[in-house]
Design a protein around this ligand. Structure first.
Ligand SMILES: *[C@@H]1O[C@H](CO)[C@@H](O)[C@H](O)[C@H]1NC(C)=O
Length: 214
């Protein structure tokens, strides 16, 4: 009797956790309400004729101009850039929340389907801004295809990995949201796991105690 109760409860709890698992949402390069292309005249938004199937939504946005950039603002815990791979794809520079991340390539000897060329996760669940720019010679093309945002519902209850535990973790997150700093991957994951495990254990103990009392 007791075991059935406890098992059912744990299953219920775990399924709740599963529903709260991280999720990806893909935004197309043509989402002009969310993506700002600077300077607009340096960018083209035509599909690559005959190769549409290699792209998300069949579309792309591209530039040959050194320094031309695209800006995207999102709320989430991760961000991934997707673009075509080819032998003429320009090096591209990524800036996250005002900090240089690095210069990345999307080289392939032969034209290949659009794929992730840069991404990061374990960000604070807050507002972030990413900028990606053409960082190569004018013979190379920089093409963007999609922006993938990762959201993690559980992250909202997770306090930042640094600092002491606050009595109000969610408030603490909000307070540090503006900073947009990267949480260290290792400790952040442990925190997520820790919260889940502790919730399951606490609930199980509670149930066992209740059963005993009856
Ligand atoms: C989101 O997409 C990235 C890049 O493809 C992938 O590495 C990551 O695992 C995805 N996250 C989820 C929750 O599916």
């Amino acid at each position: 009797m007791v075991n059935t109760y406890v098992l059912a409860s744990i299953t219920l709890l775990l399924s709740t956790v599963a529903f709260a698992a991280p999720q990806n949402t893909t935004f197309d390069d043509q989402d002009f309400a969310r993506i700002t292309y600077t300077n607009p005249n340096d960018w083209q938004h035509y599909p690559l004729e005959g190769y549409e199937t290699l792209f998300y939504n069949g579309s792309r946005s591209y530039t040959y101009v050194l320094g031309a950039y695209a800006t995207f603002t999102f709320i989430g815990t991760g961000i991934y850039f997707q673009g075509p791979y080819a032998n003429d794809q320009a090096k591209r520079r990524v800036i996250l929340d005002g900090e240089e991340v690095g210069v990345f390539t999307a080289y392939a000897p032969n034209r290949a389907p659009s794929a992730v060329f840069w991404g990061t996760r374990n960000l604070l669940n807050a507002n972030h801004t990413v900028v990606v720019s053409h960082n190569d010679t004018a013979t190379e093309i920089f093409a963007m295809d999609a922006w993938i945002v990762e959201t993690d519902p559980e992250a909202t209850i997770s306090p930042p990995s640094t600092g002491t535990a606050a009595s109000s973790p969610s408030l603490q997150i909000e307070g540090s949201a503006g900073a947009g700093t990267l949480a260290s991957a290792g400790s952040y994951r442990i925190e997520r796991l820790g919260i889940t495990t502790m919730a399951v254990l606490a609930y199980t103990c509670l149930l066992l105690l209740t059963q005993r009392a009856i």
